[in-house]
Design a binder for this molecule. Structure first.
Ligand code: ANZ
Length: 847
């Protein structure tokens, strides 16, 4: 009874919380402010939790518990991002249904998660693989299919409202509409691995072969489903203004969207009617365009290639088809290319310039062709040097040094400067020239201002079994249609075996009974056999948590209005780009249709840093440095585990694991325990009295309350724990421990180490859980320390004065003194020989 028996205590309080539903969030309770705190939900892997999971979960749990004590109505839910490849691969290997594997993994990870005592409202648990859940994923995709993007309004509208030109044939009308749906089919090059009989994601292809097995992978056009995320590019950029995210994550999103402003310019092809349009961000360099380059897939290649060059061009284009975009645009790669034999006319000076083909120009960006300006573009420079094409300088760099290096041919200058060799435009600065030449081209119908995005439409189909089926059927005439909402969920059919067919057909094609359907009018149709990518379910799960058991709609609008947006979202930086971009896109789409009330889903976002092994390396099985969270919980308890993960360092930093560190925080909890409980008797320690606290203890307590609260608000959990350690050490030295001080200590400790805090709270005489106990307040007046002023000397001469706490120790005073600007200046980079502190009078720095 007397010792800190963490195992028993933790089981006891977890059972108590569950039984009393202590963390149930009350919908639409307007008597309190709401707070929605969300974790990126995990994939239920066979490996179970790793120590990286509880890092984020503990951080959000501390915030959730703290906010409850501050009087907020807190929504803190949990669930499972449960579709995905590993369960399917296991099914292929063993014949076990992926659902069985998934449920087993969920059960195990749920046990592990519960053992850490997180204050989730488990009644709201969701799994993306549950038909009750994916019904609404399908519903959103159906809405995307049945919507178009109105350019004028810059928002999505139902497809029925699409203005269709008069006089179209039925077929053309259908095509016109289909071309504008936000979910549409397109033939796009995918990574096809003939040996594995499947399409691979870019990350699964390394150096042209499959990551698994090393089989050749080719780029092959295949019919795929796409989502028109590009229509939202501008809003996805603009609305970053509305969110409280770190600049670095915003930048990742900005770079991924990749907006670039420039011009499209028209070049005549000598001897042909056709023109080549190029996209350039540097129309001011037109006079320096000495050749052109088309992507191998450019539709005009076949037209303009001369007989003499035909064979070489065809061979080149075939080879290019085998490379990925990433390989092709790799700056480090040697440039390759082939001459078409044809020439274009530069519109500004009528020069005849050769047209080449090279794979460094991508068909999927801009217009798929470029004007090459080797003097001012690195890739063009490299290419021109290799193939001995002319280089004409048209921008004079502002610095003479750069100018000289350019003149000597040592530098390809890509910056802004002043126009030269540009006829009537000579002397213009780059930005003005851009404006002027764009206007000049526009007047002559030879060009126009253009904005391009790196962002591509989202390839939204996978040739897999374990994903959401599309709510789409293919009609006999080759067109497609959405199934009716009343048919949702469209359940995945069971298969006898999960092996890929070895053709491009997805595994669902095997479920013939499921695939072939008869429509209400008696005609037959085939279901779509692709499934959705794993991203789909995670795009909107934060909305399902608001109303997880609603069978009538995805979520109730009143609940949505009450809870949204998510106030705090925490997860790994690996999701900083795609998951966030995809869910922001769906959210904006739902906003356009009036299903959500906020423009952005996640107000505040924090990325946790990676936890490394004790050796400072990434944890991995092969390195043998993986820490098993279950073992830590068994040996030291969940509270120690939680506390340690928060004490390791700043949440966002990368940091190595240390078992010594775990023992350190465990000793702190032991010490806290002994402040209150007499280990011999199991009763309250006899040092505890109802006496008032002395001035120093009171000041330290109030400082700690303030510091912990402030730190929780700013995610400085490690420094909050340090502050509690200082207070505990102080209290340990007292002969008489005022009960009120201990109670406040237990309350501030509670969000971090909730089990031991509950137990101590109970032993201090409280009948109820402290989960909703008010957060202790502090008195600013009591916090003020007495301060003293010290003179700071360097070699005996007074340079400055500093103000420090009366109790500050020597090290703190020295550090403060060495921070003074004047001292830094006087030291001029030298290390002081000695720093002497004469208590309460002065500091002398000896150099
Ligand atoms: C002429 C030029 C001169 C260019 C110069 C740059 C510097 P971002 O910023 O990425 O949009 N480009 C255009 N389309 C391309 C394609 N499909 N594949 C490869 N490169 C392409 O870059 C736009 C620039 O990338 C364009 O501006 C074009 O080269 C090239 F001194 O045009 B520039």
């Amino acid at each position: 009874e007397g010792t800190y028996d963490f195992g028993r205590i933790e089981r006891k309080w977890q059972a108590y919380w569950e039984e009393h539903k202590c963390f149930r969030a009350t919908d639409c309770d307007v008597s309190k402010p709401k707070y929605y705190v969300l974790d990126m939900f995990p994939y239920p892997s066979g490996q179970g939790l790793h120590v990286g999971h509880p890092e984020g979960y503990t951080a959000t749990d501390i915030v959730a518990r703290y906010k409850r004590m501050k009087g907020f109505n807190v929504l803190h839910p949990f669930g499972w991002d449960a579709f995905g490849l590993p369960a399917e691969q296991h099914a292929i290997a063993t014949g076990t249904h992926p659902e069985e594997t998934t449920n087993k993994n969920i059960a195990n990870m749920k046990r592990q998660t519960k053992a850490l005592g997180f204050s989730y409202d488990w009644d709201r648990e969701v799994a993306t693989t549950d038909p009750e859940y994916y019904q609404w994923t399908q519903w959103i995709v159906l809405k995307l299919f049945n919507s178009y993007f109105d350019e004028e309004l810059q928002k999505a509208r139902p497809i029925e409202e699409l203005p269709v030109p008069d006089g179209l044939s039925d077929q053309d009308r259908r095509r016109y509409i289909d071309d504008r749906r936000l979910a549409y089919q397109s033939s796009v090059p995918v990574n096809w691995c003939p040996a594995l009989g499947t399409v691979l994601a870019n990350e699964e292809v390394v150096g042209g072969v499959s990551e698994r097995g090393g089989h050749p992978v080719i780029r092959k056009p295949m019919r795929q489903w796409m989502l028109r995320i590009t229509k939202y590019a501008e809003r996805l950029l603009d609305d970053l203004k509305e969110v409280d995210w770190s600049e670095s994550i915003k930048k990742l999103q900005v770079d991924w969207i990749g907006r670039s402003v420039g011009a499209e310019v028209c070049f005549r092809i000598d001897g042909y009617e056709d023109n080549i349009w190029v996209f350039t961000t540097r129309p001011d360099t037109l006079f320096g365009a000495t050749y052109m380059v088309m992507a191998p897939e450019h539709p005009l290649v076949g037209t303009i290639v001369t007989e003499a060059q035909k064979q070489a061009v065809e061979a080149y284009c075939e080879a290019a088809a085998r490379k990925s975009d990433l390989d092709r645009t790799d700056l480090a790669k040697d440039k390759t290319g082939v001459f078409t034999g044809a020439h274009a006319i530069n519109p500004v000076n009528n020069e005849r310039i050769p047209i080449w083909i090279s794979d460094y120009v991508l068909i999927s960006y801009g217009t798929g062709a470029i004007m090459a300006v080797p003097a001012h573009d690195d890739r063009d420079f490299e290419f021109a040097t290799k193939f001995e094409l002319p280089i004409v300088q048209v921008v004079q760099p502002p610095s003479t040094e750069d100018a000289e290096r350019v003149a000597r041919g040592e530098l390809c200058f890509t910056g802004d400067g002043t126009a030269i060799h540009s006829g009537p435009f000579d002397g213009l600065a780059t930005p003005e020239f851009k404006e002027a030449i764009t206007a000049w081209l526009a007047e002559r119908g030879l060009g126009k201002k253009a904005i391009n995005y790196k962002l591509r439409d989202w390839l939204f189909s996978r040739q897999r079994y374990w994903g959401e089926p599309f709510p789409i059927v293919h009609l006999a005439d080759g067109t497609v249609t959405g199934i009716s909402e009343s048919e949702l969920p469209l359940r995945l059919p069971d298969l006898d075996d999960y092996k890929p067919l070895g053709t491009a057909e997805p595994p669902l094609a095997k479920a013939t009974d499921w695939v072939n359907v008869t429509l209400p009018d008696g005609s037959t149709a085939r279901r779509e056999t692709n499934t959705m990518p794993q991203w789909a379910g995670s795009c909107w799960y934060y909305l399902r948590y608001l109303d997880p058991r609603n069978s009538e709609r995805g979520w109730d609008p009143e609940k949505e209005k009450y809870w949204m947006p998510v106030d705090l979202y925490v997860g790994g930086a690996e999701h900083a780009v795609l998951h966030l971009l995809y869910s922001r896109f769906w959210h904006k789409f739902l906003y356009d249709l009036g299903y959500v009330s906020t423009k952005e889903p996640f107000k505040k976002l924090v990325n946790q840093g990676m936890i490394l092994g004790e050796d400072g390396q990434k944890m991995s099985k092969s390195r043998g440095n993986v820490v098993n969270p279950d073992q830590v919980v068994t040996d030291y308890g969940a509270d120690s585990m939680r506390l340690y993960e928060m004490f390791m360092g700043p949440l966002e930093a990368m940091k190595p694991w240390s078992m010594n560190g775990v023992q350190g925080v465990h000793r702190f909890l032991q010490k806290t325990w002994r402040l209150i409980v007499d280990e011999e008797t199991g009763r309250l320690s006899s040092c505890i009295q109802d006496a008032p606290a002395d001035e120093e203890t009171l000041r330290l307590l109030h400082q700690t309350i303030k510091k912990v609260g402030d730190d929780v608000e700013s995610f400085g959990f490690n420094t909050a724990i340090s502050a509690m350690m200082i207070l505990v050490n102080h209290l340990g030295r007292l002969q008489v421990r005022p009960k009120s001080v201990l109670e406040s200590l237990v309350l501030v400790l509670a969000p971090f180490a909730p089990h031991v805090a509950e137990e101590l709270w109970q032993r201090l005489g409280h009948a109820n859980s402290l989960a909703h106990e008010p957060w202790p307040s502090y008195d600013t007046g009591l916090i003020q320390e007495k301060q003293i002023e010290l003179a700071v000397q360097v070699n005996g001469k007074i340079k400055d004065r500093i103000v420090v706490a009366a109790e500050a120790d020597e090290d703190a005073i020295k550090a403060e003194a060495l921070r003074c600007d004047k001292v830094v200046e006087a030291l001029a980079g030298k290390t002081p020989r000695k720093v002497i502190v004469i208590k309460s009078r002065l500091v002398n720095v000896v150099v």
